[in-house]
Design a protein around this ligand. Structure first.
Ligand code: VGL
Ligand code: ZN
Length: 199
């Protein structure tokens, strides 16, 4: 019997993050069967969806003098600029082909034009909540297992926030893949380990 206090969080398993997508994460597509199998063992399954309006402030195409993977200073701090990706309602924002999407909640994030959201809990100003904490707490969920994309961005920030909020957090590294720019994969692993996240 799945324990009602355990939830699986499936992060950003979307077409644009798969090989061939706008912001492809190597081997992202290889995770689908394993994640589908894992879902069956959980009492609560939540999927997140990166969900940007066209012209989002995290898109390098918004800035005449910037390229994807440059960094800019936003009012809330440094922000990496990305290729246009996961634009609301486009095929690239859809879930990965073959992924089970019959979970309990689909949480969309990154929909505010002026602010990016890596974490499923807080936007990149580290202050604006997505509402996920309240959802989990009111359901009595205490333990979270995270899988999906990308290990060093949305999975990592979500895991760190979940640990800081007091959830017991496990990241199934075998069911994640990283973008890995400038050593970001190792840095994310180090930060999660230091925060008490089980890897
Ligand atoms: C992500 C960069 C930009 C992710 C989303 O899902 O890790 N990374 N938007
Ligand atoms: Zn994004």
């Amino acid at each position: 019997m799945p324990d009602a206090a355990d939830a699986l969080l499936v992060i950003d398993m979307q077409v644009d993050f798969l090989p061939g997508g706008a912001l492809a994460v190597p081997q992202g597509d290889a995770l689908v069967p394993g994640i589908n199998t894992l879902m069956a063992g959980f009492g609560a399954v939540i999927l997140t969806q990166d969900w940007h309006p066209a012209g989002h402030s995290s898109f390098a195409s918004r800035y005449a003098d910037r390229r994807p993977f440059d960094s800019v200073e936003m009012p809330y701090g440094p922000q990496v600029l990305w290729p246009d990706h996961c634009v609301q309602g486009t095929p690239g924002a859809a879930f990965a082909p073959g992924l089970r999407t019959d979970g309990d909640l689909i949480l969309r994030k990154g929909f505010r034009p002026g602010i990016d959201s890596y974490s499923a809990f807080f936007e990149n100003d580290r202050a604006t909540p997505t509402g996920l904490e309240g959802y989990l707490r009111t359901r009595g969920i205490e333990r979270l297992t995270l899988v999906g994309l990308a290990f060093d961005f949305c999975v990592g920030f979500s895991a760190l926030d979940a640990a800081a909020l007091g959830f017991e957090v496990t990241v199934r590294r075998d069911l994640c893949r990283a973008i890995d720019m400038d050593g970001s994969e190792a840095e994310a692993a180090r930060a999660m380990d230091a925060a008490g996240v089980r890897l």
